[in-house]
Design a protein around this ligand. Structure first.
Ligand SMILES: N[C@@H](Cc1ccc(O)cc1)C(=O)O
Length: 419
């Protein structure tokens, strides 16, 4: 067995733990069944969940058995958050999200072999519990004064209050840990650092009933410049669902990682060896402009989440857009996503090249556009434009609707003919 705790520590993936030495010993002693839970609060997981998803994958690769929980019950209740009371979602909606999240999580772990993962849903043991059972068997173990001292509860009380529903959430998550211990011998729970309160409540609850369990959290991923991790340049969340965030945008998100962050992100997200990561970091320090670390990170994560074909497409598209490859070989969906990311001008009829360069924002005025053409720095579909007044013919359109405009080496925009 590899020393997974040392590896996780090297990668900066352990924030809190019940006891790091005990945890290391426990995980060194043979296969351990562990769990991590996700609540269905929407139709897709996002990049903020990736740390937990990949930590589960790492633990399985290190010889442990994952229980991947999607909270069909807890998703109906809502984990209290700073922003205030959540609105309850309809049970059918939550059930649909449970299925989507289960499908989304499945590719990251293996469901066969000795260490086969298991998908679990806390609705299976929560729905059947009666109120009397809940209050007698679970509630009796939870001192309200301790629950009140939790940071999130204090914050919510100070900000006006919290419903009994959300206040009770931690009892459900605690009961999950105990149920998974009883049913499958689960002895470790981990989650994001915001889960430490729920997780320690569960550890206490299990231990009171004689179950020897341990837990840890992964840290919140931060950016060196203080802005929130997980948003694209234009402030959109980065979702794992390709219909919500295109693989192209997903790739660009990683590719745009700041030099100050890339070393930390490689450790935390990449499955490369420590040596390979150190080499990429050293290469980045020597030649930051080559963005070797960013490229490696973007390729690896896009492949993990969207597969090799999509990754090859987005890499080809990001090169082709900037004149370093063929536009012809790209899938229509990739062209669409890439141009949307670059900025897409929609027109009902094609005007002159100069007008396109102005309307797309690549040039500030028609005279600037004419100058760009005269200087040989204006391209349509990677072909240098000779005549600023010429109107591109329909034969120039990719997939009968797109044009790629480029000014110089770096600035690209798309045109879509909408008629
Ligand atoms: N509370 C977790 C999800 C979760 C739900 C149930 C559990 O047993 C564990 C985790 C979250 O909001 O992210």
């Amino acid at each position: 067995m590899t020393d997974i705790v040392a590896d996780l520590q090297w990668r900066g993936l352990i924030k809190d733990s019940t006891d790091p030495d005990e945890l290391a010993k426990h995980l060194a002693n043979g296969p351990v069944t562990f769990y991590v839970g996700f609540d269905p609060t929407g139709p897709s997981l996002h990049i903020g969940h990736l740390v937990q998803i990949l930590t589960a994958r790492r633990l399985q690769q290190a010889g442990h058995r994952p229980l991947v929980l999607v909270g069909g019950a807890t998703g109906l209740i809502g984990d209290p958050k700073d922003a205030g009371e959540r609105t309850l979602n309809a049970p059918e909606v939550v059930a649909g999200w449970v299925r989507r999240l289960q499908d989304q999580l499945a590719p990251f772990v293996t469901f066969s072999g000795d260490l086969a993962a298991r998908a679990v849903n806390n609705l299976d043991w929560t729905a059947e519990m009666s109120v009397v059972e809940f209050l007698r068997d679970v509630g009796k173990h939870f001192p309200v004064n301790q629950m009140l001292s939790r940071e999130i509860v204090r914050a919510r009380l100070a900000a006006g209050g919290i419903s009994f529903t959300e206040f009770s959430y931690q009892l459900l998550q605690s009961n999950d840990f105990f149920q998974l211990h009883r049913r499958y011998g689960c002895t470790v729970q981990f989650g994001g650092s915001d889960q430490w309160g729920n997780i320690t409540a569960g550890v206490d609850y299990c231990r009171r009933q004689g179950a020897a369990v341990q837990a840890f959290t992964t840290p919140l991923i931060t950016r060196a410049d203080g802005t929130k991790f997980g948003k694209t340049a234009d402030g959109q969340s980065v979702w794992l669902d390709p219909a919500m965030t295109s693989p192209y945008a997903f790739y660009q998100f990683w590719f745009n990682t700041a030099d100050a962050d890339v070393g930390r992100y490689l450790r935390c997200f990449s499955f490369r060896s420590h040596d390979e990561i150190e080499e990429l970091i050293a290469a980045g320090t020597a030649r930051p402009a080559a963005r070797a670390g960013q490229r490696a990170l973007a390729e690896e994560l896009t492949t993990l989440v969207h597969g090799a074909h999509e990754t090859a497409q987005v890499v080809a598209a990001s090169q082709a857009l900037f004149g370093r490859g063929q536009l012809d070989g790209l899938d229509e969906s990739t062209v669409d996503a890439a141009l949307r990311e670059a900025g897409l001008l929609e027109v009902a009829e094609l005007p002159s090249v100069a007008t396109l360069f102005k309307q797309s924002g690549l040039c500030a005025s028609l005279s600037e556009a004419r100058r760009a053409v005269a200087e040989g720095g204006a391209y349509v579909n990677n072909e240098r434009v000779a005549d600023a007044e010429a109107v591109p013919g329909p034969d120039r359109l990719l997939y009968n609707r797109f044009l790629v405009l480029r000014r110089g080496k770096r600035t690209v925009a798309g045109v879509q003919l909408t008629s």
